[in-house]
Design a protein around this ligand. Structure first.
Ligand code: ADP
Length: 413
């Protein structure tokens, strides 16, 4: 018997059996019967011509028609359905046809079924990947929206807080000025000093919030001028001398080539960037620890390296600490101290530093074997800064011409 005749012969019982096996509700059964009929026709063509590609349109349509729930539910996966169809074909052929005819039909249909399995697996995989990418895109878009509203909130909150803070600072200053001299007012002076410390710290936090929102919105503008990194570090050393002494820490500075060379940059912003890194080194290094500043010259760049003997940072956090609010510690343990051991903070310092360094065309990264408060493996921050020998614009060129035109540019003070 010809295979097509055999297929025609088993069609009705096959359809009845497979529809019962697959369908749950009556409605689905009607739909399914139509789809199965199409599949069977394609199967007959494939078997007769020996070209399994006849199955492509129905398989494609099938995969497309699936809803997301159907795809994720294993029961209704296309491969499961094809498996059932294949088994039913074998069962019904064996029951209805003579043994030789059944065997011949089963072996002739086998390549078409193998092809159908392969194609269905590929199509289902493609569709699943498509769905996952779509889900990822959606999640990404909502993360971006969330980040935008976080950034808007920071900006609005910072500006709203600034006005009342200015009022408090102003009235506290008036009070201080009007306070008569004399020992009986010492207590009031101590209170005012406390208020002053508090408002100064609050202003620093608000300024950090404003800087973060400027960086987030690409609004950080740099005032380029001649900068000497050695001078910045020297100033910083002087500013932090007291904190270093309090924490019994040593700051070692190893000058390097290009250390004393002039480069164009925003000195205030660079100072702020180095200060943030150094303050962290002090903060996350136990009393008696050591901080080392060194560096090297690279073609067109200088690399400044700030290493400490502190608690270190887990490799999986090496990128996260540069995100805003990327602080790793327990927020409830935060103290307001800028240099107190493990003092914690709002988690804005390094994200501002990264923004400043990147606005200069540089980059910053950290190396640390891991976090260990007992062994203190330390952290090493690398700052790569382009060496700009020429002013970035005409205005800067005119302003600083006498400085950068001279043959012997001023070096260390
Ligand atoms: P914070 O205000 O919390 O110090 P930063 O943005 O300056 O915020 O730093 C983010 C986090 O990176 C810190 O909370 C700390 O966990 C970690 N970190 C930064 N510098 C160091 C360092 N030198 N050693 C160990 N951990 C550090």
């Amino acid at each position: 018997m010809r295979s097509v005749e055999a297929l025609e012969m088993i069609y009705r019982p096959w359809l009845l059996r497979i529809t019962r096996r697959l369908a749950r509700g009556e409605e689905l059964r009607v739909n399914l019967a139509q789809i199965l009929e199409q599949f069977y026709n394609a199967l007959m063509q494939a078997v007769e011509t020996g070209d399994p590609a006849w199955l492509d349109p129905i398989l494609n349509e099938w995969v497309k028609a699936y809803t997301e729930t159907e795809i994720s539910s294993h029961e209704l996966s296309l491969l499961t359905i094809l498996g059932q169809i294949h088994l039913t074909t074998i069962d019904v052929a064996r029951e209805i046809l003579a043994e030789a005819d059944a065997l011949s039909l089963i072996s002739l249909a086998a390549p078409a079924f193998v092809y159908a399995f392969e194609t269905a697996a590929r199509l289902e995989m493609e569709r699943t990947i498509e769905r996952i990418s779509w889900d990822l895109e959606k999640a990404n878009a909502s993360l971006q929206r969330l980040d935008k509203s976080k950034s808007n909130f920071i900006s609005v909150a910072a500006h709203e807080l600034k006005t009342p803070l200015t009022l408090i600072e102003g009235y506290a200053a008036m009070l201080r000025d009007q306070l008569p001299a004399g020992a009986e007012y010492d207590q009031a002076r101590i209170i005012l000093k406390g208020m002053n410390n508090g408002t100064r710290r609050l202003r620093e936090i608000i300024d950090d919030m404003i800087d973060v929102s400027l960086i987030d919105n690409n609004l950080l503008s740099l005032n380029f001028q001649p900068v000497w990194i050695n001078r910045l570090i020297d100033l910083l050393h002087k500013e932090l001398a007291r904190s270093l002494e309090e924490r019994r820490q040593i700051l070692e500075i190893h000058p390097f080539e290009s250390w004393a060379e002039m480069t164009f940059g925003d000195s205030e912003r660079l100072y702020q960037a180095f200060r943030n890194v150094l303050l962290n080194s002090i903060k996350y290094t136990p009393d008696g620890g050591k901080i080392t500043i060194s560096g090297r010259q690279l073609p067109g760049f200088m690399e400044i390296i700030i290493a400490d003997t502190g608690i270190g940072i887990d490799p999986e956090d090496h990128l996260r600490i540069f995100d805003k609010f990327g602080n790793l510690g327990d927020v409830s343990l935060h103290s307001s101290g800028k240099t107190k051991y493990k003092g914690g903070g709002p988690g804005l310092g390094l994200s501002i530093t990264k923004g400043i360094i990147e606005a200069h065309g540089g980059s910053i990264w950290v190396e640390s074997p891991g976090y260990d408060e007992i062994k203190c493996p330390g952290s090493t921050f690398h700052i790569l800064l382009p060496l700009r020998k020429t002013p970035p614009d005409d205005r800067t060129a005119k302003l600083f011409a006498p400085l950068y035109n001279t043959e012997n540019l001023p070096g260390a003070p």
